[in-house]
Design a protein around this ligand. Structure first.
Ligand code: 5GP
Ligand code: ZN
Length: 117
């Protein structure tokens, strides 16, 4: 069921501390941690603690928590001192999604090209 922890989900395991991560922020509903393979000086992932397969599913099921993720993404960028930054939700394998637990990438600290390719 959406929202319940999945034993086969990497980010559910990070959310409960079963898999270690460098956590930078945490709220009742979200956790933010550094990406293991950073693509920019700031590369932090913000996830809902509850399991939803992607951002669209999260927004449909729990719009308030989707808003929490966005607010936390902005807070991460501010804490990291990123004046310009990008918030990315890869949605679907064709768009590069590899972990099917909703997450926002917060990328900053360098110039970013558009379109990203
Ligand atoms: P996606 O490709 O699904 O949008 O993003 C998944 C992200 O999770 C990738 O940027 C990848 O580097 C990151 N990632 C994968 N495994 C781990 C892990 O075990 N720990 C952390 N901190 N990040 C991970
Ligand atoms: Zn999960």
């Amino acid at each position: 069921m959406a929202g319940e922890a999945r034993s086969d989900c990497l980010f559910c395991k990070i959310a409960v501390g079963e898999v270690p991560a460098t956590v930078v922020r945490e709220t009742e509903t979200t956790i933010a941690f550094r990406d293991i393979n950073p693509q920019a000086p700031t590369h932090v992932l913000v996830i809902p603690k509850a399991h939803h397969p992607d951002a669209a599913a999260l927004a449909a099921a729990e719009p308030q928590i989707a808003a929490d993720v966005l607010r936390e993404a902005q807070a991460v960028a501010a804490e990291e001192g990123a004046e310009s930054y990008r918030i990315v939700f890869n949605t679907g394998a064709g768009a590069g999604q590899t972990v099917f637990h909703a997450h926002a990438h917060v990328l900053g600290g360098r110039g970013l090209q558009w379109p990203p390719g």
